[in-house]
Design a protein around this ligand. Structure first.
Ligand code: PEP
Ligand code: CO
Length: 457
């Protein structure tokens, strides 16, 4: 294998590559980006890796989630705090059922670059059809449908980095005590408990979980001041898709007193379903960094692909290093997932398995909106858990696209959102997200299933 360095990916073919027309402007931007202070530190990255190693053994559970595409406009205190709030509340519901610490990883502070199935977008206008480059996220170009907005602009990497930094700065303040009250279910919006779609048995069970949680928290607080202080401090990590390798490589550095290179734009980057070709640029870049790395695996992933990814990204079999995020879709999960689980188990590889029940379940509603059904999402999780139980492997986490806001992008759930409701508040910059109540309800359902599994074990 050739020698790795932060720019060695440039010699490889690339899928979803971002090529800038003005090379000089690109290099000036990258020079500046390289000089800026990092967003995360190597010790945080190593701490997360240790947590992920625990999750791979079933000793922790990972909750990864956030927007499909974060936008620069989303960098606002209310929007950031509602995202944190839903992640925190879901994590408490999961702690309650698993009795394990939950590792929270937000698709935040840099989830600005999106792979697209179509390179170009065509729209009919009064002047006939207009074709422009597709929107690849705010780190690459802008969403407005005009030539200037859609041009690939390297300076957006600097703007994106600054917004990621402001977002993370606020996240860190909130983590350091700003969330004390939000631990308490009394502060949550549990109005969906009252919806007619929910059966009496489920309603009673959710209420019991909530009451248990309230009592446990009050008990912890009553133990003494240290507990209150500890409780109000929240550990939180960031992740994003490492799509734009120019951006990622500019903040990839050696750090004092540690081996290797660290990517310092985020704690845990992931490689998307469309960019995981073994001989291509993304694998070349990510094989050289010390961070834990996620890889999305869709229904076309073969056993050879998965073994190849383990060899390339984690040749030393470091615990907590490789996170395989399966996103098969409800129609394919029963056939496509088991062979992958069995082959990895047979080779004895150490990986952390996570399920993304969102990306294989996207459909177009009768009203024309891109959507996902709550039931499909829930069934993919359930069937993924079944497949792990059969294969003797461990599902160590879940990955959702969700938001703390009251949007109407996914159908179903106790909220009873129908295809016709989607137009009410369809706000995503890319894929449909679970709204606040759907996300919380999903956590209750997952929690219920995991508790039932534990009772069986
Ligand atoms: C995503 O997570 O937003 C995404 C594009 O996922 P995938 O690569 O699995 O399609
Ligand atoms: Co998405």
């Amino acid at each position: 294998m050739s020698t790795w360095h932060p720019l060695s990916f440039r010699d490889r073919p690339i899928a979803q590559g971002v090529s800038y027309p003005d090379q000089a402007k690109l290099e000036t931007t990258l020079t500046r980006l390289r000089q800026l202070p990092p967003l995360v530190t190597s010790w945080e990255v190593e701490r997360l890796k240790a947590h992920l190693a625990d999750a791979a053994k079933g000793e922790r559970f990972v909750l990864q989630g956030g927007d499909c595409a974060e936008t620069l406009q989303d960098c606002q205190p209310e929007l950031i705090s509602v995202k944190m709030k839903i992640l925190l509340q879901m994590s408490l519901v999961l702690v309650h059922s698993t009795m394990k610490p939950v590792v929270r990883i937000g698709r935040m502070a840099g989830q600005y670059a999106k792979p697209r199935s179509q390179k170009w977008e065509v729209r009919s206008t009064t002047d006939g059809d207009v074709t422009l480059p597709n929107y690849f996220g705010d780190l690459v170009n802008r969403s407005g449908f005009d030539a200037a907005s859609r041009a690939f602009d390297p300076t957006l990497m600097l703007t994106g980095y600054q917004h990621a930094s402001m977002t993370l700065n606020f996240v860190r303040s909130l983590m350091d005590g700003g969330f004390a009250d939000l631990h308490h279910p009394e502060q949550w919006d549990l109005s969906f408990f009252g919806n007619a779609v929910l059966s009496d048995a489920l309603r009673a069970e959710y209420q019991r979980t909530t009451d248990d949680l309230s009592r446990a928290l009050r008990f912890m607080e009553a133990l003494g001041e240290l507990s209150v202080d500890e409780l109000s401090r929240v550990e939180f990590y960031t992740c994003h898709e490492g799509l734009n390798l120019h951006y990622e490589s500019a903040q990839t550095h050696k750090v004092p007193r540690r081996e290797g290179h660290y990517l310092l734009t985020t704690h845990m980057p992931w490689i998307g379903e469309r960019t995981r070709q073994l001989d291509h640029a993304h694998i070349e870049f990510f094989r050289g960094i010390a961070n834990p790395i996620g890889v999305k695996l869709g229904p076309t992933a073969t056993v050879e692909d998965v073994v190849g990814l383990c060899d390339a990204l984690n040749p030393k079999e470091e615990p907590g290093k490789l996170v395989l995020i399966t996103r098969m879709g409800v129609d394919k999960v029963k056939t496509c997932l088991p062979p992958l689980l069995q082959s990895v188990r047979k080779t004895g590889r150490r990986v952390l398995w996570v399920v993304d029940p969102m990306h294989g379940n996207t459909r177009t509603a009768s009203s024309g909106f891109k959507t996902r059904s709550f039931d499909d999402i829930q069934r993919e999780i359930a069937w993924t858990l079944d497949a792990h139980a059969d294969a003797g492997t461990i599902l160590g986490g879940v990955h959702f696209e969700m938001t703390g806001e009251d949007v109407t992008e996914c159908t179903g759930g106790a909220a009873g959102i129908t295809d016709d409701d989607l137009s009410l508040n369809y706000a995503t910059a890319c894929d449909p997200r679970l709204n606040y109540r759907q996300a919380l309800e999903m956590a209750f359902l997952l929690s219920r299933r995991m508790r039932a599994d534990q009772a069986k074990a």
